[in-house]
Write a protein that binds this ligand. Structure first.
Ligand SMILES: Cc1cc2nc3c(=O)[nH]c(=O)nc-3n(C[C@H](O)[C@H](O)[C@H](O)COP(=O)(O)OP(=O)(O)OC[C@H]3O[C@@H](n4cnc5c(N)ncnc54)[C@H](O)[C@@H]3O)c2cc1C
Ligand SMILES: NC(=O)c1ccc[n+]([C@@H]2O[C@H](COP(=O)([O-])OP(=O)(O)OC[C@H]3O[C@@H](n4cnc5c(N)ncnc54)[C@H](OP(=O)(O)O)[C@@H]3O)[C@@H](O)[C@H]2O)c1
Length: 439
């Protein structure tokens, strides 16, 4: 029997942070409503992790399914919360939610404000990743992946994009443009294994030789940095294309140049040197500029939170209270609003793996629970929530609908004899769940 009085909490975003956070709150005894922009739960675990990591993805989906089955947890998919969303934070307060946990990830785009960012062929990694992972509406958008592509950044997302460009699109060349040097790369050996067979090692050696004096000036060992990049070689996955993958270190994009039709033709880079600062290094422009002929530039430089959400933003992140009432490990999970909390990539944008997001969402929920202890449990009136959602005039996806969708996808997978079939179109998903009439 579900009690009539419980703490009523809204969790915004059903990625790993939101799902595990919702589970924590539900297990503690709260009544949880989980609102999600996407139809399906999972966030970047569903739509970010590389599509062919089937075992990892299905393991996570299994855990997410168990969370969705918790009785005092309701799921409302296809509902966006925010100042320009289907529901605002004030709408949620008016519906009786006593605390709001924001785990909406980092959905904003970190544009650098460079000339030519609007040219055809210039993209941000998040959009590309959502595209090849089949997330509507990105899955339906046109992208121009040319023969020569530059990817800006040296993190795991840069390698995922290189993986896609070399193993799926089979382009001629992928150039990773890195503002610092090979000693400051952020990617992991494991992710390099997918693409290292495409790496032009002679070009790597020439590049390391070119920048050695700059590295040595800040006491870096070029040989050690080279060796760390090549650590993945023994487990290299055999290449499936002749794509040439190479690095341009110590270079930052300064402008993109296009043709008369607005299509990207070149990216201009400025060379950098390294400057030691507070035990780390910083890239400093030398003023020397050069151009690369490319048809595509993809910025894989991390994301920022959504500035239109309705929470104050500073330095790409939601502002956290500097004097939290309930810190955990010295960290603040609290927004400047007393009833609004943040977790996962909404607390720290583009930071860490699923395991970290899970821990962060769980911690955020512990903070929410401590906050609620000073309040009386509220009267649970989910009819008001249902009525409000009905008034939106759009299909809202519930737990049982997700089960139907998953059953349809499993059946299609078997019918087609493929590794995995997933709908990549909202209308088809809504039709499969019976929430929209077939055209
Ligand atoms: C390309 C890429 C590949 C990755 N690969 C791996 C990997 O192989 N292994 C690994 O461990 N980690 C990987 N990660 C990291 C991992 O995906 C993240 O750590 C994790 O997903 C972050 O979880 P989150 O819940 O904070 O945010 P997200 O996963 O981004 O989830 C946010 C959720 O909020 C919803 N949402 C957004 N805005 C709103 C709104 N306004 N209203 C309602 N709902 C909203 C979204 O629909 C989404 O469901 C990868 C990340 C990227 C970008
Ligand atoms: N398979 C996986 O396990 C997997 C896959 C994808 C993502 N992830 C995880 O998801 C998180 C996010 O990954 P990410 O690759 O987006 O971020 P990341 O690891 O932080 O890497 C971002 C890269 O962009 C560079 N950069 C940032 N701002 C820049 C700017 N203004 N100009 C030029 N370069 C800039 C950074 O350089 P500096 O170092 O100089 O700042 C860095 O090389 C990470 O924790 C990552 O491990 C995991």
């Amino acid at each position: 029997m579900i009690p009539t009085h419980q703490y009523l909490v809204a969790v915004i975003g059903a990625g790993p942070a939101g799902l595990f956070g919702a589970r924590e709150l539900a297990n503690l005894g709260a009544r949880v409503a989980l609102f999600n922009r996407d139809i399906k739960p999972g966030g970047l675990a569903e739509y970010g992790i590389y599509p062919n990591k089937y075992t990892m993805k299905s393991g996570l989906r299994k855990q997410f399914r168990q969370i969705m089955d918790i009785p005092n947890l309701d799921y409302y998919g296809n509902v966006t919360v925010g100042s320009q969303g289907d529901l605002t934070l004030d709408d949620l307060r008016a519906l009786g939610f006593q605390a709001i946990l924001v785990t909406a990830g980092a959905q904003g785009t970190k544009w650098l404000g460079l000339p030519g960012e609007d040219l055809e062929g210039v993209y941000h990694a998040k959009d590309v990743v959502y595209f090849y992972n089949g997330l509507p509406p990105y899955s339906q958008k046109p992208f121009r992946f040319g023969r020569r592509c530059a990817v800006i950044g040296a993190g795991n997302v840069m390698l995922d994009i290189t993986h896609f460009l070399s193993r799926e699109k089979k382009v001629d060349e992928v150039i990773a443009v890195v503002r610092r040097g090979p000693a400051e790369i952020k990617f992991d050996k494991k992710e390099m294994e997918y693409v290292i067979d495409n790496l032009d090692q002679a070009a790597l050696d020439a590049e390391i030789q070119r920048i050695s004096p700059i590295m040595q000036a800040v006491n870096q060992d070029p040989g050690a940095a080279r060796a760390s990049i090549l650590e993945a070689l023994p487990k290299a996955l055999p290449k499936v294309s002749e794509t040439r993958f190479r690095f341009e270190f110590l270079a930052s994009p300064v402008q993109m140049i296009g043709d008369s039709e607005g299509k990207l033709t070149q990216v201009e880079l400025e060379d950098n040197i390294l400057v030691a600062k507070d035990g780390d290094t910083k890239a400093k422009g030398t003023g020397n500029k050069r151009r690369l002929d490319v048809e595509t530039v993809i910025f894989a430089i991390g994301d920022k939170v959504d500035e239109s959400f309705g929470l104050p933003v500073e330095w790409n992140e939601f502002v956290k209270s500097p004097t939290p009432r309930f810190p955990i490990d010295g960290k603040s999970y609290e927004s400047p609003f007393e009833d609004v909390f943040v977790g996962g990539w909404s607390r720290q944008a583009s930071s860490g793996l699923v395991g970290l997001a899970r821990k962060d969402g769980t911690n955020a929920s512990k903070v929410v629970w401590q906050y609620l202890q000073n309040k009386q449990p509220g009267e649970v009136n989910l009819e008001a929530v249902t009525a409000k959602l009905k008034s939106l005039g759009k299909p809202v996806v519930l737990k049982e609908d997700i089960k139907k969708l998953e059953a349809m996808e499993t059946a299609e997978t078997q019918k087609r004899g493929v590794e995995e079939f997933r709908f990549d179109n909202n209308d088809e998903m809504l039709q499969a769940m019976g929430l929209k009439e077939t055209a």
